[in-house]
Design a protein. Structure first.
Length: 502
């Protein structure tokens, strides 16, 4: 960690670099009276709110404004002409813009293969940024291989995450902003995840509204097998060329895709895929699936259908709702062939077509059977009736996801119990519970979050009493401790049945 004097020195260096680049940024950018608003599903895509001249401001604030202005100009140009192709992007990789992107990096994160942390890179930020920019201009900059780590998945397998070096993160942040400014105006309303104001709960609301208010009788639940590991680089570049013809920028993206992965000291070449964990990976995935699935479904599939149909995609996980069974089955078969064309495969154990909806519930009740369920974004979706007797879509925490969360909580409590004093890790425990409620606290899932609270409470009692050979509390004493140091109670954070607000 830097000392106070070191932090002051770094701050002065950053201001110096911003001051040097201010004059250059002024003439490189468009008019400062432009824009901005992040895209949403209401048609106002891209960046679009008029900003007035702010007069005398700091160099840091002015550079941030200039960067936003440049992104706005890209968005406006992309919106004005859907066939326009950008030919000059690499000239946007300037010292001041890269420095601004460095300021967005989170500290205390795991370093890449070079072992350099954000604080260490910041100690000589002016020299480092100037050197980075110089190497990019002369094409001596080459992204380092990402360091791969593994995290457990709900099905018992592990997901590989790639951790880029700090320098590569800076370049990726700016490249991501540029790609978002260009492609956000093109993305379809069916896609969610890794997009501004289009998160998982919005996807759940839209899916719920379709099932409860539209003639949905069948659901096609699909999952792409190892999507991020199997993206075809050639197809990826062809997707990018639909909007970008700057060969230098495309070459930079290609270098990131082919940088390789370092695992257990061995370099693994990446002929396909884009490692999860980097800033570029999500936007590249959305661009890829925009052309592979979204446009295909909206422009071709829906035109051939006679009944209602709707697609809801969150990253590589998606659900399609249909009115007619034969059209749902036909879509499933066509999708398999469509994905094969782009070197993608369906995870057969996670993909199926089921009867689902109002009619499926009526038929199941008459035959005294249960309607099949499907999982999406960590929730099990099922059919039920409200107290009034009307059809209602029910949601609860998926059993696999619940088991994964409880296992993670158990391991954390076991590791932390003797690492710091109880009062310190108790604060973190509260944050973990609130985080769980924030995601899983949706209408209809009261029992799910209440169960998580109860099971967590029992685990806390267990591990508090295993801090030493001496038992700390009996249950009555533990309840008394909770009375004076209460844990957050389960709470619903997201209303899913207020259809008028969707």
């Amino acid at each position: 960690m830097l000392s106070e004097e070191g932090k002051k020195k770094v701050s002065m260096q950053r201001q110096e670099l911003k001051g040097e680049g201010l004059q250059k940024a002024s003439w490189q950018s468009d008019q400062p009276v432009v824009s901005m608003k992040q895209g949403n599903s209401c048609g106002e895509k891209g960046l679009e709110k008029v900003r007035e001249d702010v007069g005398e401001t700091s160099a840091e604030h002015r550079i941030g404004e200039q960067m936003s202005t440049k992104l706005v100009s890209l968005t406006l140009r992309a919106r004005k002409d859907s066939r326009y192709k950008f030919i000059t992007i690499m000239n946007l990789f300037t010292e001041e813009y890269l420095l601004e992107c460095f300021g967005e990096l989170k500290k205390n994160k795991a370093p890449g293969i070079d072992g350099v942390e954000v604080e260490e890179y910041e100690a000589d930020i002016v020299k480092n940024i100037k050197d980075l920019c110089a190497r990019m201009k002369t094409w001596k900059y080459k992204p380092k291989p990402v360091r791969r780590v593994y995290i457990p998945k709900s099905d018992g397998t592990k997901r590989g995450l790639g951790i880029p070096a700090v320098e590569d993160k800076i370049v990726q942040v700016w490249a991501k902003k540029i790609l978002e400014a260009i492609y956000e105006v093109d993305f379809c309303d069916v896609s969610y995840g890794f997009r501004p104001k289009r998160r998982c709960h919005e996807a759940l609301r839209v899916l719920g509204k379709a099932i409860m208010t539209k003639p949905v009788n069948y659901v096609v639940d699909m999952d792409i097998r190892k999507f991020f590991d199997t993206i075809n680089h050639e197809w990826m570049m062809r997707c990018l060329r639909q909007r970008i013809t700057d060969t230098r920028f495309l070459r930079l993206i290609g270098r990131f895709l082919n940088a390789g992965v370092m695992e257990e000291g061995k370099l693994i070449n990446t002929e396909k895929g884009t490692p999860q964990g980097g800033n570029l990976s999500p936007i590249l995935a959305n661009i890829y699936l925009h052309y592979v699935i979204d446009l295909w479904f909206e422009k071709k599939v829906k035109k051939q259908l006679k009944g209602y149909a709707q697609l809801t995609r969150y990253a590589d996980d998606f659900v399609a709702c249909f009115e007619k069974g034969e059209e749902a089955e036909a879509f499933s078969k066509e999708l398999v062939e469509r994905l094969k064309k782009f070197d993608l495969e369906i995870a057969e154990n996670k993909s199926r077509t089921i009867k689902f909806g109002r009619r499926a519930l009526q038929e199941a009740e008459s035959e005294k059977k249960k309607v099949e369920t499907f999982d999406f974004l960590g929730f099990t979706h099922y059919c039920e009736r409200a107290r009034s007797g009307k059809f209602k879509l029910g949601r609860k925490t998926a059993s696999k996801r619940f088991g994964q969360k409880m296992k993670a909580m158990n391991m954390w409590l076991k590791d932390i119990r003797n690492m710091v004093v109880l009062q310190e890790w108790w604060k973190i425990l509260k944050q973990k519970l609130i985080g769980h409620y924030n995601y899983y606290g949706i209408s209809g899932n009261v029992k799910g979050i209440a169960r998580f609270y109860w099971e967590t409470k029992k685990l806390v009692f267990k591990w508090v009493n295993r801090r030493s050979q001496k038992r700390s509390y009996n249950w009555e004493q533990f309840e008394k401790y909770l009375h004076y140091n209460p844990l957050p109670k389960p709470k619903i954070y997201h209303s899913m049945y207020a259809l008028s607000s969707i």
